[in-house]
Design a protein around this ligand. Structure first.
Ligand SMILES: *[C@@H]1O[C@H](CO)[C@@H](O)[C@H](O)[C@H]1NC(C)=O
Ligand SMILES: *[C@@H]1O[C@H](CO)[C@@H](O)[C@H](O)[C@H]1NC(C)=O
Ligand SMILES: *[C@@H]1O[C@H](CO)[C@@H](O)[C@H](O)[C@H]1NC(C)=O
Ligand SMILES: *[C@@H]1O[C@H](CO)[C@@H](O)[C@H](O)[C@H]1NC(C)=O
Ligand SMILES: *[C@@H]1O[C@H](CO)[C@@H](O)[C@H](O)[C@H]1NC(C)=O
Ligand SMILES: *[C@@H]1O[C@H](CO)[C@@H](O)[C@H](O)[C@H]1NC(C)=O
Ligand SMILES: *[C@@H]1O[C@H](CO)[C@@H](O)[C@H](O)[C@H]1NC(C)=O
Ligand SMILES: *[C@@H]1O[C@H](CO)[C@@H](O)[C@H](O)[C@H]1NC(C)=O
Ligand SMILES: *[C@@H]1O[C@H](CO)[C@@H](O)[C@H](O)[C@H]1NC(C)=O
Length: 700
C-alpha cells in the first residue's frame, strides 16, 4: 500500500506583478518563493523557502519543523503520563498534531495504528502555490475516522490546519461524548522562553516546566497545579507567581485572537527571536459561543476545538457524526535579537479574521470534507436598539432555539458573533454558513439577554434584520444590584484584581485558589451591606460550602464552620416609600459558574448527595423555594482559574411583605448546603461552590 515514491516536484514561483493582498500576508519577499512536497513510505515533507515540516507516518504527527533553518520542535521525547502530570500521550518534540478524548477508552492520538496519507499540491485562486497533507485513520474498535490536515502556502511561514472526526456505525449509534478534541504544538527545546495568552497576559515559562513533566523543586498542590515558590532563579516565580498551572493561561473565546510562545533568543546562536502562534482566524466550528473558555498555552500551544473545561458542553458522537473543525493557522515567525514578543504577536494578530485567506480556503475546499466555501456563506446585519447603560454589547448567531452555550446539541451547528457599535447599534457578520440561527444579544450592565429565533442566512445574500429593540427584562423597580451583569465573576475579591507582589501583576483569579484563604479573609463570613460595602473587598469570588482539606496546600484541614462559610449575608435598608403599592419582589441571581458533585465529568454519581445542588435564599428568615442547580454542564471554574464559566441564572420571587422598612435592616442569606462536599477522582477541592455574576432585587 505504501508507495516509496519521491515526488520531488519543484515549483519555481515567478513573482507575479503586484498582488496587493499577497504582499500584506508576507513579511518576506516572494522572489525566491518555492514550494516542494516529497513523500516516502516514512514521511511527507513539505517546504517553501522559509518553513519546512515533515509528517512522520509512523506517528501521524509533524516531528520536524524549521523556520529559516531554526529547529522549532527539538528532539522527540516521551514522559510518563501520570494523573495531573504530562498531558495527552506524554510525547513532545512534535506538532501541531491531533489528539482526542473520544473513544470508549478515552484518549487517543491517531496516526500510529494504520493511518493513510494524501498529499495535495496546487495553485490557489491568488496564484500562490500550496502543498498539504492529510493523515486519516480509522480507529479499528469503533470505526471512528480521525483526520488532520496541514497546508503550507508560498510566501507564508505557517500551517493552516483542519481536524475532522466522523462516526458512521448504525449497530452502535451512540458512541460517547466528544470530550476533548484538540491540536497541539508541543516542542521539546529550550529555545521557548515565554507563554503568551493575549496582549494583557504573558509570563516567562517556569524553568523547568512541571507541566512538561519536569517536577524538580515543585510540589503538586492540586491536579496539574504546582507550588514552585521554593525555586531560586526561576523567572516565572520571580515575575509571575509561586503557583503554576496550565489553567492560569486559559482564556475566553469572545475577543481572543492569537496565543503562543516566544523564544527570546537566549538559547539561539545569533540571538534571534522566534514566535509560535495559534491564530484563531475562524471560530465558527468551535462550540459554546463567545463564552467558551479553554486552555491555550502552557509550554504546549493548543488549539482546543472541543472540551468540557469550565462547564462547557460537548457534543455526543452518534451515528452520522461528521464534523471538520477549522481552519486555524499556526504561524511561526522570526524577529531581530532583542525584539519583544509583542512585535511577533502583532504580526500574527493581522491574520485573525475569517476573511483572511478565504480565497485560499475556497481553493482547498475540494480536499477538505465539510469545509463550507464562500459560495455556501452569507452575511447578516441589524441595528439593535440597546437598553440604556448597555456597554460592550455583542450579537451572537448560533444554533436556533437553544441557549448558545448549548449549541453542541446540534453537531452541525456553526456560531458567529460580533461587537455591536456603541454609537449606533449597528452590527454585521460576514461569512456565515447558510442556515437558521438564534440571535442572542448581551451587554455589560444589563441583566438577561435579548433573544430572537429563526434568523435565516442564505448563501451569497445579506439578511438584514432591520431594527431590533431590546427591552431589558424587568420585574418592576430595581431596589439595588450588586456586581455587574457581564457574565463574569471578576469584580469580587480575588477576581480581576491584580496581584501586588509580582512585577507582572497577574489577575488574582488566575492563580491557584488556595493562595487566598477564605477563612483568613472573612473570619466572620461574608456580610455585605448594600451601598457601603465594597464588591472588590467584601464579597469573595467563590462562595464555598466548606474550605480547606483535600487539594488545599495551605489549609490541609477541612473547615465546615458554623454557617459563616456556606451562608453569606447581604443586608440593606429600605424606605417605606420604596415598597408603597408593591406586592411582588423578585431576587435575580446570575451565576458566572457553579460546581456541583458532578464536578469535572458531568457524571451523575448516584452515591453523591449534591449532584443537583440546592441553593437556598432566606429573606428576613423566610426560606424561599430552593433553586436546584442541575448537575449537567457544571464543572470546575474558580479552582481552574476561571471567572467566566457556564452561566446559569434564577429568579426567586416572594411577597414584599417579607421586607422591612425604616430602621429595621433587611437580611438576605445566600445559602449553600452546610458541609457539602463530593467525591473527586482527581486532586481537586471537594467543596461544591458557586461564583456570582450579579444579583439584584426588584419590586412591583
Ligand atoms: C524534495 O526533493 C527534492 C529533490 O530531491 C529536493 O530538492 C527538495 O528540497 C525536497 N523537498 C523537501 C520539502 O524535502
Ligand atoms: C518516525 O517516528 C518513528 C517512531 O518514533 C521513528 O522511529 C522514525 O525514525 C521517525 N521517522 C523519521 C523519518 O524521522
Ligand atoms: C460499531 O461499534 C461497535 C461497538 O463499538 C463495534 O463492535 C463495531 O465493529 C463497529 N462497527 C464498525 C463498522 O466499525
Ligand atoms: C520549601 O523550602 C523549605 C525550606 O527549605 C522547606 O521546609 C519546605 O518543605 C519546602 N516546601 C516545598 C513545598 O518544597
Ligand atoms: C530548591 O529548593 C530549595 C529549598 O527547598 C532551595 O534552597 C534551592 O535553591 C532550590 N533550587 C532551585 C534550583 O530552585
Ligand atoms: C448526549 O446523550 C445523552 C444520553 O442520551 C443525553 O442525555 C445528552 O443530553 C446528550 N448530549 C448532547 C449534547 O447531545
Ligand atoms: C444557613 O442558612 C440557612 C437558610 O437560612 C439555614 O437553614 C441554615 O440553618 C443556616 N446555617 C447553616 C449552618 O447552614
Ligand atoms: C461515585 O462516587 C464513588 C464514591 O462515593 C466513587 O467510588 C465512584 O468512583 C464514583 N463514580 C464515578 C463514575 O465517578
Ligand atoms: C463534614 O463532612 C465530612 C465528610 O466530608 C465529615 O467527615 C465531617 O464529620 C462533617 N462535619 C460535620 C461537622 O458534620
Amino acid at each position: 500500500m505504501l508507495l516509496d515514491l519521491i515526488q520531488g516536484t519543484v515549483f519555481a514561483m515567478r513573482l507575479k506583478p503586484v498582488l496587493g493582498s499577497l504582499l500584506v500576508l508576507s513579511s518576506s519577499p516572494l522572489v525566491s518563493a518555492l514550494l516542494t512536497a516529497n513523500e516516502t513510505s516514512q514521511y511527507v515533507k513539505i517546504a517553501n523557502d522559509r518553513l519546512a515540516f515533515s509528517v512522520n507516518k509512523s506517528v501521524g504527527a509533524i516531528d520536524f519543523l524549521t523556520l529559516d533553518g531554526q529547529d522549532l520542535l527539538g528532539s522527540r521525547s516521551s514522559t510518563a503520563v501520570t494523573p495531573g502530570g504530562a498531558t495527552g500521550n506524554g510525547r513532545s518534540g512534535i506538532g501541531p498534531y491531533l489528539d482526542c478524548y473520544c473513544t470508549p477508552k478515552g484518549s487517543y492520538t491517531p496516526g500510529s495504528i494504520d493511518a493513510t496519507y494524501t498529499v495535495f499540491q496546487g495553485v490557489d485562486a491568488s496564484q500562490v502555490r500550496y502543498g498539504g497533507v492529510v493523515m486519516s485513520e480509522v480507529y479499528p474498535p469503533t470505526g471512528q475516522v480521525l483526520e488532520q490536515y496541514w497546508f503550507l502556502r508560498d510566501g507564508e511561514t505557517g500551517l493552516h490546519t483542519f481536524s475532522r472526526i466522523a462516526y458512521h456505525n448504525s449497530t452502535t449509534p451512540f458512541l460517547r461524548n466528544l470530550q476533548e478534541f484538540r491540536t497541539l504544538f508541543r516542542p521539546n527545546t529550550k529555545i521557548w522562553t515565554h507563554l503568551i495568552t493575549n496582549d494583557q497576559l504573558a509570563a516567562p515559562l517556569p524553568v523547568p516546566n512541571p507541566a512538561a513533566g519536569s517536577s524538580a523543586n515543585s510540589t503538586t498542590v492540586q491536579d496539574a497545579t504546582w507550588y514552585l515558590g521554593n525555586r531560586t532563579g526561576d523567572p516565572y516565580v520571580e515575575q509571575f507567581s509561586d503557583y503554576f498551572t496550565k489553567y492560569t493561561f486559559a482564556t475566553v473565546w469572545r475577543d481572543h485572537t492569537v496565543h503562543g510562545m516566544f523564544a527570546d533568543g537566549s538559547d539561539i546562536d545569533d540571538g534571534s527571536t522566534f514566535g509560535a502562534w495559534l491564530v484563531m482566524n475562524t471560530k465558527d466550528t468551535y462550540f459554546g459561543g463567545p463564552l467558551h473558555s479553554d486552555l491555550v498555552v502552557d509550554g504546549i500551544v493548543y488549539n482546543y476545538l472541543v472540551s468540557n473545561h469550565h462547564g462547557d458542553g460537548t457534543p455526543n458522537i452518534t451515528d452520522g457524526f461528521d464534523r471538520t473543525f477549522g481552519p486555524q493557522y499556526y504561524h511561526f515567525n522570526k524577529g531581530p535579537a532583542g525584539g519583544s514578543w509583542r512585535e511577533l504577536r502583532d504580526e500574527a494578530v493581522k491574520f485573525a479574521s475569517p476573511s483572511w485567506n478565504a480565497n485560499f480556503y475556497d481553493s482547498v475546499a475540494q480536499h477538505v470534507p465539510n469545509y463550507v466555501p464562500t459560495s455556501g456563506r452569507g452575511s447578516w446585519e441589524a441595528k439593535i436598539v440597546l437598553p440604556k447603560g448597555a456597554k460592550n454589547a455583542v450579537a451572537v448567531l448560533a444554533q436556533d432555539g437553544v441557549d448558545f452555550q448549548d449549541n453542541v446539541l446540534d453537531p452541525a451547528a456553526y456560531q458567529y458573533w460580533a461587537d455591536i457599535e456603541s454609537s449606533n447599534g449597528k452590527v454585521r457578520i460576514d461569512r456565515i454558513k447558510a442556515g437558521t440561527y438564534r440571535l442572542t444579544v448581551y451587554a455589560d450592565g444589563i441583566f438577561g439577554d435579548y433573544i430572537h429565533d429563526g434568523i435565516i442566512v442564505k448563501a451569497g445574500k445579506t439578511t438584514d434584520s432591520g431594527r431590533l429593540v431590546w427591552s431589558p427584562e424587568s420585574a418592576g423597580t430595581e431596589l439595588w444590584r450588586i456586581g455587574t451583569p457581564d457574565k463574569s465573576g471578576g469584580e469580587w475579591r480575588h477576581g480581576d484584581m491584580r496581584d501586588a507582589q509580582h512585577p507582572l501583576h497577574p489577575p488574582e483569579y488566575r492563580i491557584y485558589f488556595g493562595a487566598y484563604d477564605f477563612i483568613d479573609d472573612f473570619p466572620h463570613g461574608v456580610n455585605f451591606h448594600v451601598g457601603t460595602s465594597d464588591e472588590a473587598k467584601d464579597f469573595n469570588y467563590i462562595h464555598w460550602s466548606v474550605f480547606g482539606g483535600y487539594a488545599n496546600f495551605l489549609r490541609p484541614q477541612q473547615v465546615e464552620g458554623h454557617g459563616e462559610i456556606n451562608n453569606w449575608t447581604i443586608t440593606f435598608d429600605l424606605e417605606e416609600k420604596q415598597l408603597r403599592r408593591t406586592n411582588l419582589a423578585t431576587f435575580t441571581i446570575q451565576l458566572a459558574g457553579a460546581k456541583t458533585a458532578s464536578g469535572n465529568t458531568d457524571v451523575f454519581n448516584a452515591t453523591q448527595a449534591y449532584n443537583d445542588l440546592p441553593f437556598v435564599v432566606a429573606v428576613n428568615g423566610h426560606e424561599l423555594e430552593p433553586w436546584i442547580i442541575p448537575y449537567y454542564l457544571l464543572s470546575s471554574c474558580g479552582v481552574r482559574s476561571g471567572v467566566v464559566c457556564y452561566q446559569v441564572s434564577h429568579k426567586f420571587t416572594f411577597p414584599t411583605r417579607y421586607l422591612a422598612t425604616g430602621k429595621t435592616r433587611n437580611e438576605i442569606i445566600l445559602s449553600l448546603p452546610y458541609n457539602a462536599t463530593d467525591y473527586e477522582s482527581a486532586l481537586l477541592p471537594r467543596s461544591v461552590y458557586v461564583q456570582y455574576d450579579a444579583l439584584r432585587l426588584e419590586v412591583k
